[in-house]
Ligand binder design. Structure first.
Ligand code: F6P
Length: 195
């Protein structure tokens, strides 16, 4: 069996302010997570010469990967966070106040709701298909450093969770989800590196 390690980027400045989307750098806590993650990965994948690190094209994942040395890094646009369209950069409070209909429609059907000029969870699931095909094809371990909505979709694929649950699955910050694909099925471990 070979592991797939899934993690969100370290806490970003937008996470601290509760803003969705964006492309900010990390907070101090996020920077610390990046170092702890590098430590973990270097130990866990020590003798795995063919392992690779996959990030999105957004700064917060690339910076989170940067302390990891000794493995090739690949950027995928398909691993970018759900595109919140006109709501990008807003807080949930601001959306609720300024665009109450949008807020309500999303609450009613988070899976299918598409942000104006942005994406829905179903859109994200669809664009992840090539990433999943490539992950399945890999023989060596892969570390995927991505974002909340994207990781909900990726995790659900491997953990075989129903579609309707995807937008609500918990994928906390500063936690590594290790998935082992063996002949007997899929096993999962979680490592919480920080509070
Ligand atoms: O808040 C962090 C974040 O990654 C946002 O950039 C993104 O819009 C959101 O999470 C996705 O989570 P949800 O679908 O629950 O709003």
């Amino acid at each position: 069996p070979r592991p797939i390690l899934l993690t969100r980027h370290g806490e970003s400045r937008d996470n601290v302010r509760g803003r969705i989307g964006g492309d900010t750098v990390l907070s101090d806590a996020g920077e610390l997570y990046a170092k702890k993650l590098a430590n973990f990965v270097e130990k866990r994948l020590k003798s795995e010469r063919a392992a690779s690190i996959w990030t999105s094209t957004l700064q917060r994942t690339i910076i989170t990967a940067s302390p990891i040395v000794g493995f090739p890094k690949i950027q995928w646009r398909a691993l970018d966070e759900i595109n919140a369209g006109v709501c990008d950069g807003m807080t949930y409070e601001e959306i609720k106040k300024n665009m109450p209909e949008e807020y309500e429609s999303r609450k009613k059907d988070k899976l299918r709701y598409r942000y104006p000029r942005g994406e829905s969870y179903l859109d994200v699931i669809q664009r992840l298909e090539p990433v999943i095909i490539e992950l399945e094809r890999q023989r060596a371990p892969v570390v995927v450093i991505s974002h909340q909505a994207v990781l909900r979709a990726l995790y659900s694929y491997f953990a075989d969770r129903p579609l309707k649950e995807i937008p609500h699955i918990e994928v906390p910050l500063h936690t590594i989800i290790e998935i082992q694909m063996g002949v007997t099925g899929v096993q999962e471990k979680r490592y919480k590196l920080m509070d």
